[in-house]
Design a protein around this ligand. Structure first.
Ligand SMILES: [Zn+2]
Length: 390
């Protein structure tokens, strides 16, 4: 079998950002053979502009909402946004399928290898059954009240089964996850905890200040969302604590939990979460979806705080209902722009090896290490686009 050799302005290997003096050597299928100095690489080198990188990892997406592209305008604020999502989801199934297909292809072409993908339905099962990408399917439970919790979980387990039945390429995992503290009743949380021992799960966390208000006082803007479902007052216990401090303790079964967004997360909650996770054998992953935060709230999360506490950070695009594109490189670009003090090398780690480790697919993805087939991507130097080479 022949080799392919790649050289660019920079080479990022999943950990370190090198200059133009390194050459990546792979076999024809993209399996990593070596990284060698340019002087030792011989001839037949494919030269390109930009940064060579392992394939990118998108830790938070909602592929099934791809038909909502350009439907909800930017900067509505989260509560208005959520009200729009729940009232505007009904589309022609053929359009839904077409948009899912286009979004999957977009991610394939821009060099994403693996995705943590939220779905309330099995609408994405057909496209995923033919996809070359890897999918951690987070079947997202919505369950505002305790009364229907058992039958609700049954319903979502059927969605898990549907996805598993169509997992023909064996590149998918599917399990239940809670949506958010403002949509999951105590009994629903307890049932999800029981169903997810040792699994990777996720929860949207502190995307809006009203989430804390809801648990601290029982009031606030989320009551507007509940009204759509005919619920007049908060269905959740008023604990006097933040939403995270109220809900994280429902989990104690060695789960890996992706905390998504964390836009309004105070330092005391970071300390609480770290301590609770350590005592209860949970592993927490901190997922940033900066462009979605800018789209919905025009606000960015306290990224320096997460770095101060050495938290494992990963990146996600969120869905087409709240992003201009499904591109991890565009997320890198925004973080680089809003947090110029954070090195590009660090942000690239979040987009590659950290994501691969968090999704437990780092045996093959996330870095240019011998015998992995992590994908080879070239990122433009201005971080505006990325393209899959292998
Ligand atoms: Zn989301």
């Amino acid at each position: 079998m022949g080799y392919r050799k790649f050289n660019a302005d920079n080479l990022f290997d999943g950990y370190l950002l090198h200059d133009n003096n390194k050459v990546l050597v792979t076999d024809e299928n993209g399996k990593i053979y070596d990284i060698v100095p340019l002087a030792d690489a011989g001839d037949g080198i494919e030269k390109m502009k930009g940064i060579l990188s392992p394939g990118l990892i998108n830790c938070h997406c909602h592929l099934e909402l791809s038909h909502l592209k350009d439907v909800i305008p930017p900067h509505t604020g989260l509560i208005e946004f959520l009200c729009s999502v729940v009232t505007k989801r009904g589309f022609d199934p053929a359009i839904i399928q077409q948009k899912i297909k286009e979004a999957e292809l977009e991610m394939y072409n821009n060099g994403i290898m693996a995705i943590g993908d939220i779905g309330n339905t099995a609408d994405t099962a057909f496209v995923k059954s033919k996809s070359k990408l890897y999918w951690q399917n987070f079947v997202e439970v919505l369950g505002f009240t305790d009364e229907k919790a058992v039958e609700n979980i049954k319903h979502y387990k059927a969605v898990v089964n549907e996805l598993e039945k169509k997992n023909l390429t064996n590149n998918q995992r599917s399990n239940l996850v809670p949506h958010a503290p403002y949509s999951i009743s105590p009994k629903t949380f307890e049932l999800i905890n029981k169903e997810t021992e040792g699994k990777i799960i996720s929860i949207h966390n502190q995307e809006h200040p009203a989430e804390d208000e809801l648990y601290k006082t029982g009031g606030g803007d989320y009551l507007k969302l509940f009204k759509i479902f005919g619920i007049e007052k908060t269905p959740f216990p008023v604990t006097g604590k933040s939403s995270l401090q109220s809900c994280l303790p429902y989990f104690n079964r060695q789960q890996t939990i992706f905390l998504i967004h964390n836009t309004y997360m105070p330092e005391e909650d970071i300390l609480f979460a770290k301590e609770y996770a350590e005592k209860n054998n949970l592993s927490l992953i901190w997922c940033l979806c900066v462009n979605a935060n800018l789209y919905i709230e025009n606000k960015v999360p306290p990224v320096e705080l997460f770095m101060k506490h050495n938290l494992p950070i990963v990146l996600g695009t969120d869905s087409y209902s709240s992003n201009w594109q499904l591109s991890i490189v565009k997320e890198i670009q925004s973080i680089h722009q809003y947090f110029p003090a954070i090195s590009l090398e660090t942000i690239l780690q979040w987009a590659t090896i950290n994501g691969a480790k968090a999704l437990q697919w780092d045996h093959n993805f996330g870095s240019f290490e011998k015998n992995k087939t992590p994908g080879v991507v070239v990122i433009s130097s201005d971080l505006s686009e990325s393209k899959r080479i292998l």
